[in-house]
Ligand binder design. Structure first.
Ligand code: KIV
Length: 294
């Protein structure tokens, strides 16, 4: 189900991502920034993998981007496994990371390990992501002990939307900034191989990036992180509703889809689709003769 890494196939691996930490490896003080995008299905995974994206994240943003939920909270293990399998089938080079959905790692560490193992065994994930810092130390440590590489996620953790009272930038006051820093340190101490910093001030992200030995991957955290991640639907301009300011549209695919669908409707209604050249034909001799079956 997965692509086994070897020295020659260019496969992105967890140790390879650790090597991309800036300023840590004397032979390579400024490695290329890590690129990550979300993917939820086979064609998108193939396109992003072939475009050279380093990490494909089957984010639980699936709930909002694809399934039409208002938050990530309703997303289930089965939904995440189903979409991870589809992404697995389209991914060869990139590292495949899956988000553990809300409720799948919040009760106890043993259940977290059981659920995380399903991502690896049943869906081909190479690492999983969990949200939270100090509160998740034991869980992260237990997952790492079970040979499951963990990506942490601190700052604006969308699964905490009710506790935060909305999707708000985190770490803006001194006290709140210190908490984000403590959370990031806890994630590293527990053994995570990388950490997402979401929606925090640029200078806080820069300080965390300078201090940690694991790569930081920012989303709404400024340009000083070791890498960046975006939700693919935001990048392509196929998201609805409020867009945070960091969600740059690199294309307006939503408009292209709407135009193509409207043109299709026009052509069908006016009898111009399908054309004769888009239709199948019998042989030249048979063409035009009526079948006489009773
Ligand atoms: O679910 C997701 O897509 C994420 C990224 C935005 C980091 O957690």
């Amino acid at each position: 189900m997965s692509v086994v890494p070897s020295a020659s196939n260019g496969k992105i691996t967890v140790p390879g991502i650790l090597q991309r930490k800036s300023g840590v490896h004397p032979g390579n003080p400024s490695p290329a920034k890590i690129t990550s995008l979300t993917a939820y299905d086979y064609p998108m995974a193939r396109l992003l993998d072939e475009a050279g994206v380093d990490i494909l994240l089957v984010g639980d943003s699936l709930g909002m981007a694809v399934l039409g939920y208002e938050s990530t909270l309703p997303v289930t293990m089965e939904e995440m496994l189903h979409h991870t399998r589809a992404v697995r089938r389209g991914t060869r080079r990139a590292l495949l990371v899956s988000d553990m959905p809300y409720g799948s790692y919040h009760t106890d560490a043993a259940e977290a390990v059981r659920n995380a193992i399903r991502f690896v065994k049943e869906a081909g994930a190479e690492a999983i992501k969990v949200e939270g810092g100090e509160r998740r130390m034991e869980t992260i440590a237990r997952l790492v002990e079970a040979e499951i590489p963990v990506m942490g996620h601190v700052g604006l953790t969308p699964q905490s939307v009710n506790a935060f009272g909305g999707f708000r930038v985190q770490g803006k006051t001194e006290e709140a900034g210190e908490q984000v820093l403590r959370d990031a340190r806890a994630v590293q101490a527990a053994g995570a191989f990388s950490i997402v910093l979401e929606s925090i001030p640029r200078d806080l992200a820069a300080q965390i990036t300078a201090e940690l030995k694991i790569p930081t991957i920012g989303i709404g955290a400024g340009p000083d992180c070791d890498g960046q991640v975006l939700v693919i639907h935001d990048l392509l301009g196929i998201s609805f509703g409020h867009q945070p300011k960091f969600a740059r549209h690199f294309a307006e695919v939503g408009k292209i889809i709407s135009q193509a669908a409207a043109e299709y409707c026009r052509e069908v209604q006016q009898g111009r689709f399908p054309a004769d050249g888009e239709s199948y034909h019998r042989s030249a001799e048979q063409r035009g003769t009526k079948l006489l079956v009773k």
